[in-house]
Design a binder for this molecule. Structure first.
Ligand code: SF4
Ligand code: MG
Length: 323
């Protein structure tokens, strides 16, 4: 089966100059149909750069090495126009702030009709009806009234529901959600997570969920890739990584999630220090300055991502590869 999304050795630089330090380094990931992949990291981890690369939204000056295949087609190698057409009809994004996807001065109804511009088989009336129905599906009880409102008249939670409806109107194969619940209260967050779960079933595609919150990953995702300073430091099935994390950074992130405190290094409820910038990385393991398990070798030897069990990888000198 062709993966919905497949990244092979992807590096991203915010310059054409290959000597500039990459913000994303050598990332390899696969998301199959029916899967939700969590991309986790603090700010500066490279998760937003990866999201931009997946959606074709990197600035023109950026340089992408490696392959980003959407259903087998390398979108990193495509001409911008062809890429825009492909992505517009098959990849939808839900952003942290729905104002970035909704125009504040245009009524919801008109925007949802315009989102369907590529559906040349539907006239305006049919698009309007489809949009109204979609608002009902995302749990809005008064869709006709919402169609007539402006985004600023809606609460954050309702705006995010409208943004999800807009994404679903594209009927995407891939839904990329970039911190969609960060600005919401806990109850609304639960509802939006449930809605994204339903959305994945409705589109029969895949979801990439970008977040810094391991609790959300545990509830929603099948697989997780933990990013640190632009690299994947641990990846694998959520069920296994949450019960037996192997990389000290994953352990520390889980320690920040109160529900997972029992599997975590208890003395590390937060992670002191910050992610190093691309052009100021330490020698050896990039996590060494913050790692509670660092050894002398970690200061000189860069641990490559290694096999850490079935379907799992981790980049740490303490991880022994299975024989
Ligand atoms: Fe920590 Fe060393 Fe493993 Fe890096 S290689 S994560 S410093 S133990
Ligand atoms: Mg970000």
């Amino acid at each position: 089966m062709t993966a919905v999304l497949d990244l092979t050795a992807v590096s991203i630089r915010y310059s054409r100059d290959p000597k500039v330090a990459p913000a994303v380094r050598n990332v390899t990931l696969t998301v199959e149909e029916g899967e939700t992949l969590g991309l986790v990291g603090e700010s500066g981890s490279g998760k937003s750069s990866l999201a931009a690369a997946m959606t074709g939204l990197l600035p023109k000056s950026a340089r992408v090495d490696g392959a980003i295949r959407f259903e087998g087609t390398d979108i990193a190698a495509m001409a911008p126009d062809a890429r825009r057409r492909l992505l517009g009809a098959s990849i939808a994004t839900i952003a942290q702030d729905p104002f970035t996807s909704l125009n504040p001065v245009v009524r919801i109804g008109r925007q949802l009709v315009e989102f369907q511009h590529w559906r040349s088989d539907l006239d305006r009336k049919a698009r309007w009806a489809r949009a109204t129905e979609m608002l009902k599906q995302v749990g809005l009880s008064d869709p006709e009234m919402r169609m007539k409102q402006f985004p600023h008249q809606l609460s954050g939670g309702i705006r995010q529901r409208v943004a999800i409806a807009a994404a679903l109107l594209v009927a995407p194969r891939l839904l990329i959600a970039d911190e969609p619940t960060t600005a919401l209260d806990a109850t609304t967050e639960d509802q939006i997570i449930e809605l994204i779960r339903e959305a994945r079933e409705a589109i029969e595609g895949a979801v990439v969920f970008i977040t810094h919150d391991m609790g959300v990953v545990r509830r929603l995702c099948d697989k997780v890739a933990v990013l640190y300073a632009g690299e994947v430091v641990e990846a694998g099935p959520v069920a296994e990584i949450f019960t037996a994390p192997k990389h000290p950074y994953t352990k520390a992130l889980l320690a920040c999630d109160p529900a997972e405190i029992e599997v975590a290094t208890r003395n590390l409820p937060t992670i002191p220090g910050t992610v190093p910038p691309p052009d100021d990385r330490p020698d050896g393991c990039v996590f060494a300055p913050r790692c509670p398990e660092a050894m002398a070798a970690c200061r000189t030897k860069d641990p490559a991502l290694r096999n850490a069990g079935p379907g799992r990888t981790a980049a740490c000198l303490l991880v022994e590869e299975p024989a």
